[in-house]
Ligand binder design. Structure first.
Ligand code: PMV
Length: 322
C-alpha cells in the first residue's frame, strides 16, 4: 500500500456538552451532545502510507511530534490498517488555522480530518458514518466534526449524526480567545478525574440528557430564545461538575468571567447572545449574524481577551486532491 489522502475538517463547539465516558476503552460518551460545526476553524491533514517508513510519523504545523499525540494518531491509523489488512506505516502532516490545544477543539477537527484522510489513503470506500466512528474512537468530539451544521452524538453512540444544516438556523459563533498557551489538563484526563472524584458528576450525567433534549428541540424549531438559555445551562452544569472535583478543575480564567459578564450585559440591554465554554479558558458566544459585528468589537476590548474569532456554520469534512 502506498496511498495518499488529504482532507479538511472543521472544528465544532458543543451547544449541549458531553463530559465523561460510558466506556473508556471504546471511548463511548456518557451523555448525548449536540454541536455546531464552525467554518472558520479548520484542520488540513494529509496521510501517506509509505513502505519505506519504520514507524508512523506525525508533523503538526511543520514540527515533528512524538509522545501521546503520536500514539493517538497511530491508534487511529491502526484501526484503518486493521480494516484493510495492511502493516504499512504512514506520514501524517496536519495544519490548524487556529490556536491548538487550548480548548479550541483542535482534536475535534484534527481527528476528523485524520480519519477522512487515512481512509482515503488506505483505499477504503468509507461512508461519513464510518469516518465518524473512526474519529470518535480517537476523540469523541471529533465524531461530530465529520458533519457540517448542527450535529449530534448520542450517549454510547458509535458515530455522530446530522441534525440540521447550518443554513436552517443561521447563527454565528464568536470565540473570545483569552489566554495563550496549551490548556492545563487534557479533556480525557479531566473527564476521568471528574468521574473519579466529583460528587456532582452523577448529578451532571442525570441532568444532561434533558438539557440535550431542550437544545435539540430548539435547534429543530430554530428558536434562539429557547436555545440560548439551554446552551448556557449545559456549559455551566458541566463546569460545576469539574469545579467539584478534587483537586478542582478550574478552566475559568478572569477574562473568561469578564466575557460571560459582558454577554449577560449585552442581553440586559436588549441584545441576544449566549455563552458556552469547554475545557479551556476561551469563551464561545452564540449570536445572530446581525448582532455579531457589534458584540465582536465589545468582546475584543475586554481586558485579557487577546483575539476574537468569528465564524458561521461550517460544512461536512471533505477530501481534497494533493
Ligand atoms: O472528545 P474530547 O476529548 O475532544 O472532549 C470534548 C469535551 C468538551 O469539549 C468539553 C465537550 C464537548 O462536547 O465537546
Amino acid at each position: 500500500m502506498n496511498g495518499f489522502g488529504k482532507a479538511i475538517a472543521h472544528s465544532n463547539i458543543a451547544l449541549a456538552k458531553y463530559w465523561g465516558k460510558a466506556d473508556a476503552v471504546r471511548n463511548l460518551t456518557a451523555v448525548p451532545s449536540l454541536s455546531l460545526t464552525l467554518a472558520a476553524l479548520r484542520t488540513v491533514t494529509s496521510v501517506r502510507f509509505d513502505p519505506a517508513l519504520a514507524a508512523d510519523e506525525f508533523n503538526l504545523a511543520g514540527v515533528s511530534v512524538g509522545g501521546r499525540p503520536l500514539l493517538r494518531v497511530s491508534k487511529l491509523l491502526d484501526a484503518v490498517r486493521d480494516e484493510v489488512g495492511s502493516a504499512t506505516f504512514a506520514r501524517v502532516e496536519s495544519v490548524n488555522d487556529f490556536p491548538t490545544a487550548a480548548g479550541l477543539a483542535s482534536s475535534a477537527s484534527g481527528f476528523a480530518a485524520l480519519a477522512m484522510a487515512a481512509t482515503r489513503a488506505a483505499g477504503m470506500d468509507a461512508s461519513l458514518a464510518q469516518v465518524s466512528a473512526l474519529a470518535r474512537a480517537a476523540s469523541a468530539s471529533a465524531a461530530r466534526s465529520v458533519y457540517g451544521g448542527y450535529v449530534s452524538l448520542g450517549a454510547r453512540a458509535e458515530s455522530a449524526e446530522r441534525v440540521a444544516p447550518g443554513a436552517a438556523f443561521p447563527l454565528e459563533m464568536l470565540v473570545a480567545v483569552t489566554l495563550a498557551g496549551p490548556k492545563a489538563t487534557a479533556s480525557t484526563d479531566g473527564m476521568g478525574h471528574t468521574q473519579d472524584t466529583s460528587p456532582y458528576y452523577s448529578a451532571w450525567v442525570e441532568a444532561a440528557p434533558a438539557v440535550y433534549d431542550e437544545v435539540a428541540r430548539a435547534v429543530h424549531a430554530a428558536d434562539f430564545d429557547a436555545l440560548g438559555p439551554a446552551v448556557e445551562h449545559s456549559a455551566l452544569l458541566m463546569h460545576a461538575s469539574m469545579l467539584a472535583a478534587r483537586p478542582a478543575l478550574i478552566y475559568l480564567a478572569p477574562a473568561s468571567l469578564r466575557v460571560m459578564e459582558r454577554v449577560r450585559a449585552f442581553r440586559y440591554s436588549g441584545g441576544r447572545a449566549y455563552f458556552t465554554m469547554d475545557a479551556g479558558p476561551h469563551v464561545k458566544v452564540l449570536v445572530e449574524p446581525s448582532a455579531a459585528g457589534e458584540l465582536e468589537v465589545e468582546l475584543a476590548r475586554l481586558e485579557g481577551v487577546t483575539q476574537v474569532l468569528r465564524s458561521a456554520a461550517g460544512p461536512d469534512a471533505y477530501w481534497v486532491e494533493q
